[in-house]
Write a protein that binds this ligand. Sequence first.
Ligand code: ZN
Length: 289
Amino acid sequence: MAKKPQKTYQELLKRSYLELIQGYCDKGYKLAKYGSVKELGQKYDLYKIVIDPKARKTLLITAGFHGEETKSPISLLQIFDDIVRYANEMRVRLIVYPCINPFGFETGRRYSPSTPRGMGNNDFMRYEIEPDKWVGILKENEPSLSCRIVDSKAREVSLLKHDVLEYRVPEAVLDIHQQKGYLETGETFAYIFDRRPTYKRIMKKVGKIAKIARNEDNPLKDKGREIPSRIDNDGFIEIHDGSITDMFYCLGSIFAVTCETKTDLPLEKVCQINLIWAKDLIKLIAKRK
Ligand SMILES: [Zn+2]
């Protein structure tokens, strides 16, 4: 019988959500359902994968919050065997949500219809900046009185939030995103909260794969509030943006990174960059006493 030809990257980019999930089954991974959503009459079951559940330390990986960032879930599937092999070797548990927003993935739309207008879906926290005045993103060095975790109106994110908070706080979190459009100075950057020297060493490796964006404005909006934000000279944005990484950072995760690649960067490079972040985070937590 003729051998099935390998899919080209171009074909891989046209995958449906079920094909993506099937891709993990084909590689022999066991997926667990944590909920389902119905969007415009179409039902999507939501899945996660847990590798080495008894290992003492955990890397949480999330992909596919934003539908137009298709190479986020696709690259994760491509590099998954390598990540698992390394995590097993380093005795690190992986908790992986391979495609958070299936409707977005299939339609190329950033948000699912259940996401309220003007609100992002990577929306996990509120900060109190004045008594009873709550915002979703803090400006640089903006003090806050308190913070709280909030539920999400985006159904797929609400289900994720409830599920992921059942676990103890992971030592490291990697949220895989992409940037569409206005990135002008490079092809990749990352959101961090601290530990700059450590992440700079990782970024140096990333810089061998693609050009790092530097010194570029990346303004954000939070329910009508303009948030000045800038990719700095090292290719990082340090901002409390209320995202899943921010939530876990505030809950005590030691390492929390959101990696970004331009949507038009070839899949092969996106894979290489995301693999660097995943493996280096595994190594960092495995080394800690
Ligand atoms: Zn994104």
